[in-house]
Design a protein around this ligand. Structure first.
Ligand SMILES: [Zn+2]
Length: 239
């Protein structure tokens, strides 16, 4: 799980939502050099839940929020290595600033506009919904929850001209009611910020991920891929 990729000074907080482009390039080179299978989200889901085969060391690259810096800094590396990726868009804020960040002292970074999104789609970048306005979904009433989840899907389907199958809970905030709405809205899978590797025993509508953080060197990256958060249950027990 990535958020912003670009040229940043060390952030004071929210380090798991920033990745310096230098490190990002090194991480992609690492995945290529050591033979990881970087699959699209849909191919990995087919391998996990569709009775398909999933090779060892499979990685899926996801980018939350749909920042313009995905286009400027992450996408060139993805093209270089021909790695597929899925970007989760805040459907009601395309071409605007990440307004929700300004509330918690983070920079209101620009989000990709429709033309950029359509251009990236022609290069194979996949897109999912990350709601309309990036609220904490458990904190709003049911009718707004439905609007955020359903209307973002139809709005993005209009932009992209294809079905939008995947949802990503803003700030990883979800509960049973929200999972039900996501299912009813017709999404095939949804991603959380729960830390861990996705396995066949996971609910496809509550999939865990691993956050690559600003401070992760290649050793840290390796550690996260292979060691950290491997056992979700154990993590819950130990806090
Ligand atoms: Zn987000």
């Amino acid at each position: 799980m990535y958020h912003q990729v670009g040229k940043f000074k060390r952030p004071d907080s929210h380090r798991a939502t920033f990745c310096h482009v230098r490190r990002f390039n090194a991480q992609m080179a690492y995945l290529r050099s050591f033979g990881y299978r970087v699959l699209s989200l849909s191919a990995a889901l087919e391998g996990l839940f569709g009775g398909g085969y999933l090779p060892r060391h499979t990685v899926v690259l996801t980018f939350d929020d749909g920042y313009q810096n995905f286009r400027d800094y992450a996408f060139p590396a993805l093209v270089r290595y021909r790695f597929p990726a899925t970007v989760f868009l805040v459907a009601g804020l395309l071409g605007k600033n990440a307004r929700w960040l300004e509330d918690d002292d983070r920079f209101g970074a620009p989000l990709m506009d429709r033309a950029t999104i359509r251009e990236l789609r022609t290069y194979g970048v996949a897109f999912g919904s990350h709601s309309l306005t990036h609220p904490l979904l458990t904190q709003i009433d049911r009718s707004r929850q439905e609007k955020e989840i359903r209307d973002s899907k139809s709005l993005l389907e209009d932009v992209l001209g294809e079905e939008v199958k995947y949802f990503c809970y803003p700030s990883g905030d979800y509960d049973d009611g929200l999972v039900g709405i996501v299912k009813e809205a017709g999404y095939a899978a949804a991603l959380t910020c729960d830390r861990g590797s996705a396995t066949r025993s996971d609910d496809p509508l509550i999939l865990p991920r691993k956050a690559v953080s600003f401070g992760d060197s290649l050793i840290g990256f390796f550690w996260k891929l292979h060691m950290k958060h491997q056992k979700k249950l154990q993590e819950k027990i130990t806090g």
